[in-house]
Design a protein around this ligand. Structure first.
Ligand code: ITT
Length: 200
């Protein structure tokens, strides 16, 4: 069984990554003893790549980081890359207040995953999930903005979904699945993708 290491401080992300990678036969271990340094940048891909660069300099294991955010149309993409900070400061109520007279409640979650092995960054994968922001929070599941976000083609918030259902729609699950498909194909032809420690 292939095992990827996920450098994150968010245990919900670990659970979501496990659900997304299990169908591909890939397990997920939380990477301990690292610091995920996040630069300020409008592009999640840049944030993920620079965080990964530091981590791959310290391990040869197959490892990834994921950066994500909620981009609200009415607020010109705010909070975007600042989502974690805005969730901690304004919270759900603060965001709902900003949208009280909104002309549109459209929003999207974006995710960018950066992956490396044998001490090198190798690739980035991105995905997005469009939806709408509700006027009241609903549901106890998940984390962050889950109780106010309804993905397109459903009526449930992410907060009302079980993990398996969120995995169908989730920006993170889609980006991580792209990583899995790429890795499984490329590692057949490129020995550089196999962890050296597993070959020795
Ligand atoms: P790590 O950086 O340690 O991986 P984090 O939670 O700080 O964990 P981010 O820096 O990527 O992750 O912050 C993204 C924030 O965006 C996150 O804290 C949530 O507030 C929000 N967010 C991202 N994806 C979400 C999701 O699937 N459901 C709800 N909120 C989400």
């Amino acid at each position: 069984m292939i095992e990827f290491f996920f450098a994150t401080g968010n245990d919900h992300k670990i659970e979501e990554a496990r659900a997304a990678l299990a169908p591909h036969g890939i397990g997920v271990t939380k990477m301990e003893g690292f610091t995920k340094l996040e630069i300020q940048h409008p592009d999640l891909g840049e944030i993920a790549s620079s965080a990964l660069a530091l981590i791959v300099s310290k391990t040869e294991k197959p490892v990834f980081v994921e950066d994500s955010g909620l981009f609200i149309h009415q607020l010109n993409g705010f909070p975007g890359p600042y989502s974690s900070y805005v969730f901690e400061t304004l919270g759900l109520e603060g965001i709902l207040k900003l949208l009280e007279d909104a002309k549109t409640r459209k929003a999207e979650f974006r995710s960018s995953v950066a992956f490396g092995v044998n001490g090198k960054w190798l690739a980035n994968f991105s995905s997005a999930t469009e939806g709408t922001i509700q006027s009241q929070p609903r549901g106890e599941n998940g984390f962050g903005f889950d109780p106010i976000f309804v993905p397109m083609w459903t009526s449930k918030t992410f907060g009302e979904m079980e993990l398996r259902e969120k995995t169908i729609y989730s920006h993170r699950a889609k980006a991580i699945s792209k990583l899995a498909l790429w890795y499984l194909n490329e590692s057949k032809i490129d020995p550089e993708l196999k962890p050296k420690e597993s070959i020795l």
